[in-house]
Design a protein around this ligand. Structure first.
Ligand code: HAX
Length: 434
């Protein structure tokens, strides 16, 4: 058994006891009240999910296992000469709740390498899809195609005990996480780079290997590590995390659950917003005769977008009420590596221009940028100009968080989800207007 799996095996029983106690002794304790506005308003703010892997504070942003993003970037171990930590170390942190040592990371890096080869039939399947298929559809199809590999399904069919569900789920999750960078890079090079996929290099860690398969030099390896870490998890209520959890709650395996989560990520109000940001910025530049607009021109464009009933992509958030620290981490990277990039300058200008306009507009509860406002510009700088692809990279990162949660869902025996619906007449009755 791998050391990471062993570690989880040690942690799970104690954690189960805590939940059993809460359920048995405090099961009737009230946590929150539900308001009618939440029933029609996307359940915003409703406290009805649990996860110990990350927590999103509206002011402070995300904490992974209690660590803020700057703390994670500082404390997680790094490869020799690297400034951004190993993605594999972040996986260790999310799964176990402990900062890994260099030795712990080595084990996880080796475990990922050993599982990284994607079956040929996945590539064959991708090749049968029309080349104008959106890369997120390809990514999701590739994931669900591998469902036949599921160890969970085999174990379940063999009659495994409930208490052991997490073990084959762990196998499915690690097998998936190790392969996603190769699948993503394959889609990219097949679709956009004249069908020239580059084989995986099992000597490299996840971030460096992804950069190698994308055929982009340093510091794209660093950027890839940063990108996958930043996008990994954002509590359980966002659509990709919640969908993965919901589908997984039926005891659907990790392949079905993740593919479903990725379909949710592909919406323009969620993960697709990063491509929308670039599309929108390109639209501004095109309108200006392919030059970077000045501040007044940009303000006008922001107002025009709002007045035409569209949202400003990359701004606003369902929970956050400050600049997203994932935005700030990417801005720090850009300031260091691409301070003179024209589009980065425009993204910076947007940071000055958009929040006051959104405040004046008066609708968005959060006028500040989210993660998606920045991710595209850095990719563009390194030559990844095919912005349809950005959400796939988001998906590789997001898989780390949602699948870590799936292992813990199985470990603690989370129930199948089945909330209750009411009719509008019933709500009118409750409101006393009928
Ligand atoms: N531009 C214009 N209007 C905005 C806005 C924005 N960036 N953000 C919110 N609003 C509007 C909403 O559309 C809503 O209008 P209506 O009352 O007419 O429906 C109003 O302000 C209140 O919305 P809210 O409560 O502030 O925000 P929500 O929780 O409903 O939605 C969203 C959160 C992220 C979906 C929203 O801010 C948005 O559409 N932003 C732009 C798209 C985007 O950047 N999405 C990525 C978010 C991060 C993420 O999940 N990444 O994966």
């Amino acid at each position: 058994m791998s050391k990471l799996k062993q570690k989880l095996g040690e942690k799970i029983p104690e954690f189960r006891d805590r939940i059993v106690r809460l359920m048995k002794e405090y099961g009737e304790t009230e946590v929150d009240k539900v308001h009618i506005r939440q029933l029609y308003g996307g359940m915003r703010g409703l406290k009805c999910l649990t996860t110990d892997i990350s927590y999103l504070d509206p002011q402070e942003g995300i904490r992974f296992r209690g660590y803020t993003i700057p703390e994670c970037l500082k404390k997680l171990p790094k490869a020799k000469g690297a400034e951004i930590p190993y993605v594999e170390g972040h996986v260790y942190l999310l799964l176990t709740g402990e900062m890994p040592s260099d030795n712990d990371i080595e084990d996880v890096v080796e475990e990922f390498k050993a599982r990284s080869r994607t079956p040929q039939y996945v590539f064959d399947l991708l090749r049968t899809m029309p080349r104008d298929t959106h890369p997120m559809s390809m990514f999701s199809a590739a994931i669900v195609a591998m469902q036949r590999e599921s160890q969970f399904v085999k174990a379940y069919n063999a009659g495994i005990s409930k208490m052991e569900y997490w073990k084959p789920t762990y196998e499915d999750v690690l097998n998936l996480l190790a392969k996603l960078p190769e699948i993503a890079a394959y889609i990219y090079r097949m679709k956009y780079k004249a069908d020239t996929p580059i084989p995986t290099n099992t000597d490299l860690d996840m971030g460096a290997n992804f950069a190698h398969m994308m055929d982009i030099g340093h510091p794209y390896d660093e950027l890839s590590r940063l990108y996958f870490i930043l996008h990994s998890d954002h509590e359980s209520g966002n659509v990709s995390a919640h969908t993965t959890h919901l589908v997984g709650s039926t005891l659907s395996d990790a392949y079905y659950a993740l593919s479903a989560g990725m379909n949710g990520l592909a919406g323009p109000l969620h993960g697709l917003a990063n491509q929308e940001v670039l599309r929108w910025i390109q639209g501004v530049m095109e309108k200006m005769g392919n030059k970077v607009p000045n501040e007044d021109e940009l303000k006008q464009f922001v107002w025009d977008t709002l007045k035409s009933g569209q949202v400003i992509p990359g701004y606003g958030h369902a929970v956050l009420r400050q600049t997203d620290p994932r935005y700030t981490a990417q801005r720090d990277f850009a300031l260091k590596h691409l301070p003179d990039d024209e589009i980065f300058k425009m993204v910076s200008m947007l940071y000055e221009v958009v929040p006051p306009i959104l405040k004046e507009h008066g609708k968005a509860k959060n006028p500040w940028p989210n993660v998606d406002a920045h991710s595209g510009v850095i990719q563009w700088h390194y030559g990844v100009t095919e912005y349809d692809f950005y959400t796939v990279m988001f998906g590789v990162g997001r898989a780390i968080g949602v699948l870590s949660n799936l292992i813990w869902d199985r470990a603690v025996g989370q129930a199948i989800e089945r909330p209750k619906s009411l009719t509008t007449s019933m709500l009118e009755e409750i409101a006393g207007i009928k």
